[in-house]
Design a protein around this ligand. Structure first.
Ligand code: SAM
Length: 279
């Protein structure tokens, strides 16, 4: 998939689902944003670049952290996602939304912080993208990127995929090394690519955390029928309403083990890549 294909995907296909389910996705992924914010620590007056900001949850958090004397640029390739980010953010003088390809955009200013929640695994040329991004980081600036860890360690993807396979049958095998949610699962490979792109001494930490979907098991399963591998399988098999209901029931069954008295907690593994530019 080229970046142009990604643009079409995130504008016309995935984008509308992410917009419709923005609250649910933000609740689900809140623990990941907490990790990124805690590590990047954008401070008052700083200039921050948020890569693949999507519907803008992170942009709002960063704008609050940097205050009116700071600045955040939320960059995304999807007009659909950015339009929604714009509508929900309203007017925030310190926030700007930029429709652009992070891999090739020529930045006009430097940044103290570059960060991303799950927005950097989709480049068709990761080395070129990070050469470009690193060049816009100011001396002393820091970069913090969250990406999914190994797919088998992430039941949020594996269980719906298995449920859909049980109900509908197999789908063509996906090459996870290609641009997509798991393109950064080989953390050592990513570190080598980052070094090759000129990033100084990148590190990675692999973290276990819990995803906290909103609502009931049925709500979580419904979300999976619109975003992720179960959605892809439903589309591939051109499933009807009955097929979708059966997949949803199968996901509920598989997620039941994660439901407890304190709500649903789905284990997840993410990689957090960090680097600091020499002063
Ligand atoms: C998995 S979504 C994450 C969105 C958001 N960061 C969040 O956590 O809710 C990935 C985002 O990366 C964006 N994206 C993909 N390729 C991109 C590129 N080349 N340049 C900028 N954004 C890109 C997509 O449009 C999408 O909004």
């Amino acid at each position: 998939m080229t970046n142009l294909d990604q643009q079409a995907f995130w504008t016309d296909s995935a984008g509308p689902a992410w917009v419709a389910l923005q609250r649910e996705m933000d609740t689900l992924l809140a623990p990941v944003l907490d990790v990124v914010m805690t590590r990047a620590k954008p401070g008052v007056g700083e200039r921050v670049l948020d890569i693949g900001c999507g519907t803008g949850d992170s942009v709002a958090r960063i704008a609050q952290a940097v205050g009116p004397s700071g600045h955040v640029t939320g960059l995304d390739i999807s007009e659909t996602m950015l339009r929604h980010a714009h509508d929900r953010l309203g007017f925030l003088p310190q926030a700007r939304l930029l429709l652009a390809d992070a891999q090739t955009h020529r930045f006009e200013q430097g940044y103290d912080v570059i960060l991303s929640r799950f927005g950097v695994m989709f480049f068709d040329d990761t080395a070129t993208a990070f050469h470009n991004l690193w060049s816009t980081l100011l001396p002393g600036g820091r970069m913090v990127l969250a990406a999914w860890g190994a797919a088998p360690d992430n039941p949020w993807f594996m269980e719906p995929a298995a449920a859909a396979r049980d109900v509908l049958g197999p789908v063509p095998k996906v090459d996870r090394t290609l641009p997509g949610p798991f393109a950064f699962e080989d953390a050592d490979g990513v570190l080598a690519t980052l070094r090759g792109a000129g990033v100084t001494d990148p590190t990675v930490e692999t973290l276990d955390l819990m995803l906290t979907p909103h609502g009931t098991l049925a709500d979580a399963a419904e979300l999976c029928c619109h975003i992720g591998p179960a959605d892809s399988a439903l589309q591939y098999h051109e499933a009807d309403a009955e097929g979708k209901a059966a997949v949803k029931a199968a996901i509920i069954g598989r997620f039941a083990k994660f439901d407890g008295p304190n709500g649903i907690h789905i284990p997840a593994v993410i990689h957090v890549f960090e680097a600091r530019k020499p002063s």
